[in-house]
Design a protein around this ligand. Structure first.
Ligand SMILES: C[S@@+](CC[C@H](N)C(=O)[O-])C[C@H]1O[C@@H](n2cnc3c(N)ncnc32)[C@H](O)[C@@H]1O
Length: 430
């Protein structure tokens, strides 16, 4: 690794074959193959048939399109304000929902409604209403997002009526609520659904995913679940600002992690904040993250500052304190400016001591000069563990469902180079 180029290591880590680069050190080869054996397959399902086979385990249905239908990009009105990444996600989820609808019909328990939890500005729920022809309830904690979603719904209704296009006619608007979601949502779902509902959570951050799992377990009428997590490090109601009765900080600090573990299988194991943060990085986009124009210089300053913090700190709690993020400009932001901004909140009590001990010549250096290839190499190695840690978190969620008698699968639903949190939990109670 010492002499091996960073780009070479990144491309080796992303290659499908172990033989891709003959000059890679043996230790790195072994590490790659070990990590791969620990992680869920991240290669996106190629087409609707492969999707069906992956979540449902059967290959008996032969009624699929050859490709995913581009629902969200097919029509300019529908596409309005939807970014390409979201379009890709929506196209694949819409197909998955129709497959679950078909499957549940075959099992004589047809789906009659869908609940989108943490619906954001509502693109997914709007398109599902349109294409899957289901009554949709969309729940979101941020009122501004609900208002924006309502306004986009109305615009679509208005324009499609003028155009008289059947494929873009929204027959029934999603019912949208602004509420801070807790386990109590299960009762609301049971009131909304006639008999069987699908729950969808697209990128429910941190322990919001744990809440969605609890809701699915306790709702009588929730029969299927499609859940994708993100930001695994965020917990104890990371969206507390949306909550009218937030959890007291002291109480939350004494609580067990609400992200991991949830299942009996993983009980007794721990993943720290840093591990869970690492689980949000994936190898597919690593070369972009390390490329010159995308490089986040504050990472080097943060690492360099940590060395000084270790010297002045008396308590282990002072090491690795969460710092404010700082936007660093090349040949403009000095190390001192970075330190003052980064430590302005949680590191405040150490600020003076750190500034005293660091030589003036160091403090006046531009942050951009702190970039170090040794740091980059270490970081690439560290980040290569991300997908294996994410797989543990997902496995824990799957096991929680299985331990409750529910069929649950991990499906690589999105192309990871487009949407890196691409592993969906697909579960159903039949
Ligand atoms: C990462 S965003 C995903 C939004 C949307 N599903 C999408 O993919 O575009 C997560 C959303 O969940 C909402 N959220 C998080 N925790 C929540 C809670 N406990 N109750 C309600 N909404 C919450 C946030 O406001 C945010 O809009």
């Amino acid at each position: 690794m010492r002499t091996y180029y960073l780009e070479g290591v990144i491309s080796f880590l992303n290659s499908e074959s172990q033989n891709a680069a003959s000059d890679v050190p043996e230790s790195l080869r072994k590490l790659k193959s070990l990590l791969e054996s620990l992680q869920y397959n991240r290669k996106c399902v190629d087409n609707p048939e492969e999707l069906w086979n992956t979540w449902n385990g059967t290959s008996d249905l032969k009624i699929f399109e050859n490709e995913f239908v581009r629902v969200s990009s097919s029509n300019a009105f529908i596409r309005k304000r939807i970014k390409p990444k979201k379009q890709h996600e929506i196209d694949h989820i819409v197909e998955l929902i129709s497959q679950i609808q078909k499957y549940m019909e075959m099992k004589e328990d047809p789906i009659d409604s869908l609940v989108d939890i943490g619906a954001g500005v509502g693109h997914l729920s709007r398109i599902i209403s349109l294409r899957n022809k289901l009554p949709v309830m969309a729940v979101e904690g941020n009122q501004e997002f609900t208002l924006a979603a309502n306004s986009l719904d109305e615009k679509l209704v208005h324009t499609s009526a003028k155009q008289q296009k059947n494929d873009s006619r929204l027959e029934k608007l999603p019912v949208r609520y602004t509420t801070f979601v807790t386990d109590q949502l299960a009762t609301k779902i049971d009131d909304f659904s006639t008999k069987s509902s699908i729950l969808v959570g697209l990128h429910c951050c941190g322990d919001f995913s744990s809440t969605v799992l609890n809701i699915f377990l306790s709702s009588r009428k929730a029969k299927a679940l499609v859940l994708l997590g993100c930001c695994y490090h965020k917990e104890f109601q990371c969206f507390h600002f949306l909550n009218p009765t937030p959890v007291n900080k002291e109480v939350s600090e004494n609580l067990k992690s609400s992200v991991f573990p949830l299942s009996r299988k993983w009980s007794g194991f721990e993943l720290s904040y840093l591990h869970r943060e690492l689980a949000c990085h994936s190898n597919e986009n690593m070369s972009r993250r390390f490329s010159e124009d995308k490089i986040d210089m504050s990472r080097y300053a943060r690492a360099y500052l940590e060395k000084w913090i270790w010297i002045v700190s008396e308590s282990p709690d002072d090491r690795n304190i969460g710092m404010c993020s700082v936007k660093c400009v090349e040949e403009e932001t000095t190390f001192e400016e970075y330190i003052r901004k980064a430590m302005s909140k949680r590191g405040k009590h150490l600020l003076d001591r750190v500034l005293e001990i660091i030589p003036k010549t160091e403090l006046s250096r531009y942050v951009s000069t702190l970039r170090s290839s040794q740091f980059d190499k270490f970081d690439v190695l560290r980040q290569s563990f991300g997908p294996a840690i994410e797989s543990v978190i997902i496995d824990d969620r799957l096991e929680l469902l299985r331990e409750n008698g529910i069929t649950a699968k991990c499906v690589p639903l999105f192309d990871p180079t487009i949407s890196s949190r691409n592993l969906a939990i697909v579960a159903y109670k039949v």
